[in-house]
Design a protein around this ligand. Structure first.
Ligand SMILES: [Zn+2]
Length: 82
């Protein structure tokens, strides 16, 4: 019986250096889960740079939404856009 006495090492499976996806927001950036009633879809909207509101748009039809932070705003983690 001819049994190979070596171990085949598979190389080349590495896909190279991991790359950060540049379009992803910084880790830890607050976001709000939004239910878009217009299209019955869910997505996240992220806090704006001014830290004054969560702002985003429906991923399906592009309808904008703005949820204020602080007084008069929302402290919910889930937001329903009508
Ligand atoms: Zn929509």
């Amino acid at each position: 019986v001819a049994t190979p006495d070596y171990i085949l090492e598979v190389s080349g499976l590495s896909t190279g250096p991991e790359r950060e996806v540049e379009t992803s927001p910084p880790a830890g950036r607050p976001w709000l889960a939004v239910h878009w009633k217009c299209c019955n879809v869910y997505s996240r909207v992220y806090r704006n740079i001014a830290q004054t509101a969560y702002e985003g748009a429906c991923p399906s039809c592009g309808k904008p939404v703005r949820a204020g932070i602080g007084s008069g705003g929302t402290s919910q983690r889930f937001f329903a856009a009508s």
